[in-house]
Design a protein around this ligand. Structure first.
Ligand code: SAM
Ligand code: SF4
Length: 322
């Protein structure tokens, strides 16, 4: 359905869990999130499926499963299988930190998942550990290779760029795209969550692109049918693509087509706003489908037009479902 600014809202991003097996410096405190949801507060798969069913009536066609770390949730493969069986859903994606991907890639593929996004902010083992605090890069690289090997296509690699932390690896990531058929996407660091973001850490898309063009080579524009908020390029002769997602310096709001559902059943109209509506309470109070539909419609109408109306969200990304 259309929102108040004539944008077609057809994409639902669903956080299925608030827990994570990493502690990325920009997303979680070192000790983890103190107020984790008790299990009964997390939407069951049946509840999520019900919301999706109602969403489909309103035009939802694309689903992304995220978290926290979605591969930590028990039963994730059979949940994906159920989603893949819904005819009206044209596209299902998952965003994972890749730690458990080697174990799950084949089962996810067999369950009907077509593609995967993996977060990887460094290609250096020590730096990867420093950014994630507890992660092993080798597990993630093995997971990425396995995803590609079993046929998940495309494999997208998400790199959040932070000045003085991993911006010295931009060239290395760009060169990697020559050898691998992945879509490596540089993402502007967003001021989300309680504390980690600082202006000094921010690097814009233009600065990232300039580093690549100055040190690695020309970026050739690649037109993609379904690029979402990303712009794509490639280096001459490269197997893979380079993408740029610039929520801070580009007006991506004009093309925003999404809603977000948090693990505890709050529906959020915008990543950059703390507005949310409680779908779980309504679901569990025995509300009718029409009442639930009306609340989803109300949330769609809460979508702000653009950046100027955005506020810095207080929830960390792990609880919003990035
Ligand atoms: N745990 C999974 C993962 O890391 O891919 C899924 C959830 S994570 C919150 C989703 C994505 O949000 C990751 O790619 C992560 O790098 C990104 N992210 C988290 N905080 C961010 C921030 N402040 N700015 C930009 N991206 C962020
Ligand atoms: Fe976990 Fe993903 Fe947040 Fe890192 S970005 S702490 S992997 S939820």
């Amino acid at each position: 359905m259309k929102d108040n600014f004539n944008r077609d809202i057809d994409y639902l991003r669903i956080s299925v869990i608030d827990r994570c097996n990493l502690r990325c410096i920009y997303c979680m405190p070192e000790e983890g999130i103190s107020n984790l949801l008790p299990h009964h507060e997390i939407l069951t798969y049946e509840e999520i499926l019900k919301i999706i069913e109602i969403g489909i009536d309103l035009g939802i066609k694309k689903i992304r499963i995220t978290g926290g770390e979605p591969l930590l949730r028990k039963g994730i493969v059979s949940f994906i299988e159920k989603l893949a069986g819904i005819e009206q859903i044209r596209d299902i994606g998952i965003t994972t930190n890749g730690v458990l991907l080697k174990k799950f890639a084949k089962d996810l593929y067999n369950a009907g998942l077509k593609r995967v996004n993996v977060s990887l902010d460094s290609l250096d083992a020590d730096k990867f550990k420093a950014i994630t605090r507890i992660g092993s890069i080798y597990e993630v690289l093995d997971g990425i290779e396995e995803a590609y090997r079993v046929g998940l296509q495309p494999v997208k690699i998400n790199v959040v760029v932070m000045k003085g932390i991993n911006d010295d690896e931009i060239e290395k990531f760009a060169l990697w795209s020559k050898d691998v058929e992945y879509q490596i996407r540089f993402i502007e660091f967003m001021p989300i969550g309680p504390n980690a973001w600082k202006k000094e850490l921010f690097l814009s898309k233009d600065e990232i692109k300039a580093k690549i063009e100055n040190k690695v080579g020309n970026l050739i524009t690649v037109q993609m049918k379904k690029a979402g908020p990303a712009e794509y390029f490639m280096l001459e002769g490269a197997k893979g693509l380079l993408g740029f997602i610039s929520p801070i310096t580009t007006h991506i709001c004009v093309r925003c087509n999404r809603l977000r559902l948090t693990a505890e059943g709050k529906l959020r109209p915008c990543l950059f706003s703390d507005k949310e509506v409680d779908l779980k309470q309504l679901l569990r109070s025995g509300a009718s489908e029409e009442e639930i539909k009306a609340l989803i419609i109300k949330t769609i109408h809460l979508k702000p037009q653009s950046l100027s109306e955005r506020a810095k969200p207080l929830r960390p990304m792990s609880t919003i479902g990035g």
